[in-house]
Design a protein around this ligand. Structure first.
Ligand code: 5CA
Length: 440
C-alpha cells in the first residue's frame, strides 16, 4: 500500500477520550473510529490486524476439527424463549421489533441458534461429535462501554459450540479446544494464561478463562510462571487419543492459576515463591462445558444406540477477536507506539523513502515494494523524515526499511527492528530476504 494514497488518518495528539494505552494508540494509528458509544468503524489498517487475528484463530479451530459456518447477527426472540434465556438475559440484550411486530434481537451469543440448527440436521448419535464455529459480530448493551474495543457494545467474537454423545467425550472436546486456544494465543505472539472460572449466565461446571497480563486488565490474577514457559506449538498431543488429551490437560492444570474470584490462598502458598506471579489480566477467551442445559431445555435429542432419545452434551468456546487487537497492544508497546508481533502486524514492514524524487532512492524503494505490495506499506509521502519515523514507530511495523540518498548511492538500505531498536545496513537483496522471513 502506498501511504500517499492510503486512508490512514494518524493523529499527532493524544485523543482526550482515551483512558488506556491501546485505545489511545488505536485511535492515533488510524485503526478505528467511534461511530456511537461502544461502536467502532474499523479503518483499513485496523481491519488488517483484525483479519490477521481472525485467520490464526480460524486455522487453529480447523486444526482440531471444528467446522466454520456463519450465523446471522439478527435472531428471533422465539429461539430464546425456548431456552428460557429471553427473560433471563436482562438489559444487555438489544431487543428490536420488526415491522410485523415480531420480537427480534441482535445476538449477544449463539447457543440457542446453533442448538436449533444442530437439531434440524443431526438425528443420530452416529453423527456425533460435532464442533461448529463462526467468527461474527455480537452486540451486548454494556452499561459502561469503555476502553475502546476492549469493552465495546458491538464486538467481533469467535464462538464455537460442541455436541457430544456423553460426558467423557465432551471432556475430550473441551481439552482439544483448550489446546487449540493455547496454540492460537502463542501464534498471536502473546501469552494468555488459562484460569479456572465461574460459568456465569452461560451455565455449567467446567470453565476456563484465558487472560493476557496487562496492568489495565479488569481481573486480578495469580499464576505459576511455569505456565508462561510452555511451548504449546511444540507440544506433541495426539488430539484423537483420550489418554494423550488427559495427560496434556492434567499436566497443564497442575500449575496454579486463578483469577481473584476463584483464588485459593492455601493452594497459592504451595507455589514456590520465585514462580508466583501476581498482576492484572484481560480476558481474551472463555470456554465452557455446560452439559445438557440447552439440548434439554430446547428439547433437541438424537436417537441413541438403543433407539431411545439422547440429549447431547454441549460446550461453548469464545475468543474476543476485536478485544484481542487492544489486548495485544496493551501487552506490546513502548512510549513511541505499538510493537506488533509479526504474525498479526498490518504490514510486514514499512519502506521509508527519505528523499522522494531522488532517482536512486525511488528505484530502491520501488524494488523493495514490488516484493510484496499487498503486505508492505510504502511511505512515499512528501513529509519530513521525522514525521515518517514517528508514524512508523506509532504503527509498529516489525521492520522499517529506511532508504536515504547516502546509502542508496551504494545500494544500501538501513533496517530497523521495531522491537529491539537495532539498526543494520543491508544490501537490497538482504533486505528483501528479511522481509520474506517476517511472515512465512
Ligand atoms: N457463548 C460464550 C462462548 S462462545 C460466550 O459468549 N462467552 S463470553 O461471554 O465469555 O465471551 C467470549 C469472549 O468475548 C470473552 O472472553 C471476551 O474476550 C469477549 N467479549 C465479551 N464481551 C465483550 C465486549 N463487551 N467487548 C469486547 N469483547 C468482549
Amino acid at each position: 500500500m502506498r501511504l500517499s494514497r492510503s486512508f490512514l488518518p494518524t493523529l499527532k495528539e493524544n485523543p482526550a477520550e482515551a483512558q488506556i494505552t491501546s485505545h489511545r494508540l488505536m485511535l492515533r494509528a488510524g485503526m478505528i473510529r467511534q461511530t456511537a458509544a461502544g461502536i467502532y468503524a474499523w479503518l483499513p489498517v485496523g481491519l488488517r490486524v483484525l483479519r490477521n487475528i481472525a485467520n490464526i484463530v480460524r486455522h487453529e479451530q480447523d486444526a482440531v476439527g471444528a467446522q466454520e459456518l456463519l450465523m446471522p447477527t439478527m435472531q428471533s426472540a422465539d429461539l430464546w424463549k425456548r431456552s428460557g434465556r429471553y427473560d433471563a438475559y436482562g438489559p444487555e440484550m438489544l431487543r428490536i421489533r420488526d415491522r410485523h411486530e415480531r420480537d427480534m434481537l441482535f445476538g449477544p451469543t449463539n447457543e440457542e441458534m446453533i442448538t436449533d440448527l444442530f437439531g434440524q440436521a443431526v438425528k443420530s448419535y452416529k453423527e456425533l461429535p460435532q464442533v461448529l464455529y463462526q467468527i461474527q459480530w455480537k452486540f451486548r448493551d454494556e452499561v459502561r462501554p469503555r476502553f475502546g474495543v476492549m469493552r465495546g457494545r458491538e464486538f467481533y467474537m469467535k464462538d464455537a459450540y460442541s455436541f457430544d454423545l456423553d460426558h467423557d467425550s465432551a471432556v475430550d472436546t473441551y481439552r482439544r479446544m483448550m489446546l487449540a486456544y493455547l496454540r492460537t494465543f502463542q501464534r498471536l505472539g502473546v501469552r494468555a494464561i488459562p484460569m479456572r472460572a465461574d460459568t456465569g449466565p452461560i451455565g455449567g461446571e467446567l470453565s476456563h478463562e484465558f487472560l493476557i497480563l496487562a496492568p489495565t486488565g479488569e481481573s486480578g490474577v495469580f499464576f505459576d510462571s511455569a505456565l508462561e514457559d510452555q511451548d504449546w506449538l511444540g507440544e506433541n498431543v495426539d488430539v484423537t487419543s483420550r489418554d494423550s488429551l488427559e495427560k496434556f490437560f492434567t499436566g497443564m492444570t497442575a500449575f496454579y492459576a486463578a483469577t481473584d474470584e476463584m483464588h485459593d490462598a492455601d493452594a497459592w502458598a504451595k507455589v514456590p515463591a520465585e514462580r508466583q506471579r501476581e498482576g492484572r489480566g484481560i480476558e481474551v477467551g472463555h470456554i465452557f462445558n455446560f452439559g445438557r442445559k440447552y439440548t434439554e431445555s430446547m428439547d433437541i435429542a438424537v436417537s441413541g444406540p438403543d433407539g431411545a432419545p439422547l440429549y447431547p452434551e454441549m460446550g461453548s468456546y469464545g475468543i474476543g477477536v476485536s478485544r484481542l487487537v487492544a489486548a495485544i497492544i496493551e501487552a506490546s508497546h513502548d512510549d513511541n507506539g505499538i510493537i506488533w508481533p509479526a504474525s498479526v502486524a498490518p504490514f510486514r514492514a514499512v519502506i521509508i523513502n527519505l528523499k522522494n524524487g531522488d532517482a536512486q532512492c525511488d528505484a530502491i524503494c520501488e524494488k523493495l515494494y514490488a516484493a510484496a505490495p499487498d503486505d508492505l506499506l510504502y511511505d512515499d509521502r512528501a513529509e519530513r523524515a521525522g514525521a515518517k519515523f514517528a508514524d512508523a514507530d506509532l504503527l509498529g511495523h516489525p521492520l522499517q526499511l529506511i532508504v536515504g540518498p547516502r546509502g542508496a548511492k551504494d545500494g544500501k538500505v538501513e533496517v530497523k527492528d521495531r522491537r529491539t531498536g537495532e539498526r543494520t545496513e543491508e544490501t537490497v537483496d538482504a533486505a528483501l530476504a528479511l522481509i520474506a522471513k517476517i511472515r512465512t
